[in-house]
Design a protein around this ligand. Structure first.
Ligand SMILES: Cc1ncc(COP(=O)(O)O)c(C=O)c1O
Length: 454
């Protein structure tokens, strides 16, 4: 079908949007940059590697779920720095923790112990025991039942997890047990190892050859598991809810079969909960509420753990951790007193009962409001809203629409993200309120109506 294109002037650049009819649409987008903003954009164009496509404004500050650009325009941030700012922007407690710890000790390297890395590791393990995960049923007594390795990003956490699984594989099955299984639509990072298990050709092709020995399966394909995961497999890595891939949930039955197959061949099961974990789905881990028969051996995390200060972590069962001895892995910055002090503060706040109840109440409300959209726009949206808690996706029947909705919503002061081929992804801060949900959904609905109208 012929699709007309309308033009949007986005701060000095003309953008085209695919529309249903032949009519043109004109949308008031970002205003022309002020001279001082333009000067920053020019500096960026001149000196920053152009690997990101960004709109022509510059963010300067934020508060709660709102961010402001240098021209004073306010945006409701339902992207939360790609599922990072769990407590919103400029949170007073986070600011105070940073100031206090920065005034005492920023960095020591891992040549020395610091005060916060063991405390954050203990909190991660004991919360997992309390709430369920990593083979612990909810309500397990707290104690030293698992170990943590701290990194600086999600990619680095996955890289560490894959390395650990390779070593476990060799311990268990000798030199040939090195193959790694991942799934279509998964996103695990951009380093050579993490990229090798991130099967999107757009990300992989320019950098081939990648790490060999990777087998790619399909999420929720039970029949394929036996052939996919073999005696040569040392690791299986999967997101229980794929974020970048389109907010696709792994089914419980499939996870149980996957776990059973990993047990049968002695493969390490890694859950990448970097985007979906740490309460975003409503519980500590997506798998916290699943039977222990579905639980992984290793969980990787990053994004919200320090609310935007860089940190990542690998949480491992003791049975896996014991392969790692002094000198087998390491990092200069990972586990710094500053990152871990912030992580401890953020995680303690997220785990608080009142916070969890408030998140769950907001999730129920968001679910209600999102549920209105497929009913209102049956010709545009998939019938079922994807995801759970505060990681949600609206699937579009036309793959060109999500990008248009993201652009239109931003022009109307709301940030959302695309995901996969045909999804608008909604990942607000975890302390977002009902009024903000109303604003975001009303704007998204207005944008879809705009697409429908023209
Ligand atoms: C599920 C998942 N894993 C890994 C990563 C990579 O994390 P980072 O960008 O912190 O390296 C991401 C980032 O979006 C992610 O969503």
């Amino acid at each position: 079908m012929h699709r007309a294109r309308s033009t949007i002037r986005a701060a000095g650049r003309l953008r085209t949007l695919p529309l249903k009819s032949g009519r043109m649409m004109s949308v008031a987008a970002t205003p022309e940059p002020t001279p001082s903003t333009q000067a920053l954009l020019d500096l960026s164009a001149a000196y920053v590697l152009p690997v990101y496509v960004r709109p022509d404004f510059v963010l300067s500050h934020g508060h709660g779920s709102y961010v402001y650009d240098t021209a004073g325009k306010r945006y409701l941030d339902f992207s939360a720095g790609i599922a990072v700012n769990a407590l919103g922007h400029a949170d007073a407690g986070v600011v105070q923790t940073i100031a206090e710890q920065a005034g005492k000790l920023l960095h020591t390297s891992n040549v020395y112990h610091n005060e916060w890395s063991p405390r954050l590791a203990e909190l991660l393990v004991t919360l997992t025991q309390r709430e369920g995960g990593l083979g612990f049923a909810p309500g397990t007594a707290p104690g030293p039942g698992a170990k943590v390795f701290f990194s600086n990003s999600g990619t680095e956490a996955n890289e560490g997890a894959l390395k650990i699984a390779r070593k476990v594989g060799k311990d268990r099955g000798g030199a040939g047990k090195t193959r790694i299984v991942c799934f279509e639509g998964g996103f695990h990072g951009r380093s050579m190892g993490a990229l090798s298990v991130t099967t999107n050709p757009k990300y992989q092709a320019p950098f081939a050859p990648l790490v060999p020995g990777v087998d790619v399966g399909r999420l929720n394909d039970i029949e394929g598991l036996e052939q996919l995961v073999t005696e040569e497999t040392c690791a299986v890595i999967v997101e229980p809810i794929q974020g970048e891939g389109g907010v696709n949930s792994a089914e419980v039955e499939w996870l149980a079969r996957l776990r059973a197959r990993c047990n049968a061949v002695g493969a390490v099961l890694i859950f990448d909960e970097i985007q979906c974990g740490l309460y975003r789905s409503g519980t500590l881990w997506v798998h916290s509420t699943l039977p222990v028969e579905c639980h992984p051996d290793v969980v990787t995390m990053a994004k919200p753990l320090a609310n935007g200060y860089p940190i990542g972590a690998v949480l491992l069962r003791n049975s896996i951790a014991e392969t790692m001895t002094a000198g087998t892995h390491g990092t200069t910055f990972g586990g710094s007193p500053l990152a871990c002090a912030i992580g401890h503060h953020v995680l303690s706040r997220l785990a608080d009962g009142n916070m969890v109840s408030q998140m769950n109440a907001t999730s129920v409300y968001l679910d209600e409001r999102l549920g209105e959209l497929p009913v209102r726009f049956p010709g545009v949206l998939e019938g079922k809203v994807r995801g759970r808690g505060l990681i949600r996706g609206l699937g579009f029947l036309d793959a060109k629409h999500p990008g248009s909705v993201v652009d239109l919503a931003r022009a109307r002061g709301v940030f959302v993200l695309t995901a996969g081929k045909n999804v608008v992804r909604i990942v607000p801060s975890l302390n977002v309120g009902r009024e903000e949900v109303d604003t975001a959904i009303d704007v998204i609905a207005g944008c879809i109506a705009e697409l429908e109208r023209v």
